[in-house]
Write a protein that binds this ligand. Structure first.
Ligand SMILES: *Cc1c(COP(=O)(O)O)cnc(C)c1O
Length: 428
């Protein structure tokens, strides 16, 4: 038995599935996940000392790669001064000031410890602000694991939803309407029918939790118009896209101003940190100013704030996103070309530093289309890439991430590995 298998066996005895978040268990692709011992720059090293070029980057946060010296130093310095106070600190103010400067739609914000907390709090706030209960989400978008958001579509197109997880009360799920991503028609119908009941629409401005689906401009524009017209709060869930697709996040990239935004992942630089913020009149409804309750013992934790500040300082360097986007595009173009060369139905696309890789001829524009991709071929490709030291997300339905630490030579090595594997896939 290998060291990874040994650890997995021990883990499964006492941690459900052997993991602390389901996708890590490799259920979708099968096999044993490497247990990671360390990371440096674009690489991770497993318990057996094997090195992988990492395109998961902790599922997005590590935009500077692993163990960036400035980030590590900032955390070490913060740690020497004490780990947590449960009282306000200067670092929190500096991080909040930087975030509202970079994301102009936010007049005010609050820091939390995860993306889930950020979206859960934003939904509660939107309900408290509007005095309405119903929310709209889109199939395939993930917004963390709060009850109201673990909901799948109801039986008819415009009927309210059913729980997508055990333990979620149907009484709660019935307030969530689940529509198709990128469907302008469904949005218009939903607002025509339920407009005066809708507290909020929550959306990933680039969908990154059903592989990657780019938004249609018309879709985001219609969202903004309908929410304004009907008095619903538009929530951009930028937990993944925030500072991942550009310095002003997806809202800057597409020129749409949401009412509330949620952040996580990159803003914590690898430490537990999230944020939600937006219009002042809405944010002032939060306790202690207003009636909507929200709190956290470790919110604004000094180590997380230090890692976030160090990360946000570095990504403001001129040319940072141009370089990151160019490298990500080099990867997706290289992979697409390798697919064409070997006659494999494979496509790929990039938005900033995130990418989608699909075993189908063209990039999908909807959840239904992404579901049509060839999962079996992906799984064979995934395992061959892993064996070649290339660590992709262990599921055909997850996005990938490139960091500033990935060099052009790293990217080219990935494309070369894929090229060889696709050649052999075609022959078998
Ligand atoms: C990761 C993610 C979340 C949840 O964040 P956690 O920190 O895992 O709780 C919410 N929304 C989106 C869009 C995400 O990608």
């Amino acid at each position: 038995m290998t060291r990874n298998q040994e650890l997995f066996e021990r883990a499964r005895k006492i941690i459900p599935g052997g993991v602390n978040s389901p996708v890590r268990a490799f259920r979708s692709v099968g096999g044993t996940p490497p247990f990671i011992a360390s990371g440096l720059g674009p690489h991770v090293f497993d318990a057996e000392g094997l090195r992988y070029l990492d395109y998961v980057c902790s599922w997005g946060p590590l935009i500077l790669g692993h163990a960036h010296p400035d980030v590590v130093r900032a955390v070490q310095e913060a740690a020497t001064k004490g780990l947590s106070f449960g009282a306000p600190t200067q670092g929190e103010v500096e991080l909040a000031e930087l975030l509202v400067k970079l994301v102009p739609s936010m007049d005010m914000l609050r820091l939390v410890s995860s993306g889930t907390e950020a979206t859960m709090s934003a939904i509660r706030l939107a309900r408290g602000f509007t005095g309405r209960d119903a929310i709209i989400k889109f199939e395939g978008c993930y917004h963390g694991h709060a009850d109201s958001l673990l909901v799948k579509a109801g039986s008819g197109a415009l009927t309210f939803g059913n729980p997508s997880s055990g333990g979620v009360p149907a009484d709660l799920a019935k307030h969530t309407l689940v529509l198709d991503y990128n469907s302008v028609d469904q949005l218009e119908d939903a607002f025509r029918q339920h407009g005066d009941k809708i507290a909020a629409v929550i959306v990933e401005p680039v969908a990154g939790n059903m592989n990657l689906i780019a938004p249609k401009t018309e879709f985001l524009k219609t969202l903004r118009e309908l929410c304004s017209r009907h008095g619903a709060v538009l929530i951009f869930d930028e937990v993944m896209t925030g500072f991942r697709v550009g310095i002003n996040s997806a809202q800057g990239l597409y020129g749409i101003t949401p009412d509330l935004s949620t952040f996580g992942k990159v803003i914590g630089g690898g430490m537990p940190l999230g944020a939600f913020g937006g219009r002042r009149d809405i944010m002032e409804k939060i306790a202690p100013l207003g009636p909507v309750y929200q709190a956290g013992t470790l919110s604004g934790n000094p180590l997380s704030v230090a890692a976030g500040l160090a990360t946000l300082r570095l990504i403001q360097q001129p040319g940072f996103y141009a370089s990151l986007s160019a490298k990500t595009l080099r990867l997706t173009e290289g992979l697409s070309a390798a697919g064409r060369k070997h006659g494999v139905a494979l496509s790929a696309q990039a938005v900033g530093g995130m990418f989608g890789l699909y075993f189908r001829a063209t990039p999908p524009t909807s959840y239904a289309e992404v579901m049509e991709s060839d999962k079996e071929t992906f799984n064979r490709f995934f395992h061959a890439m892993l064996a070649a030291g290339q660590y992709l997300a262990p599921s055909a339905f997850e996005a990938g991430f490139v960091s500033a630490a990935h060099s052009e030579a790293d990217i080219d090595s990935t494309v070369a590995a894929a090229d060889a594997i696709l050649a052999s896939l075609r022959m078998t």
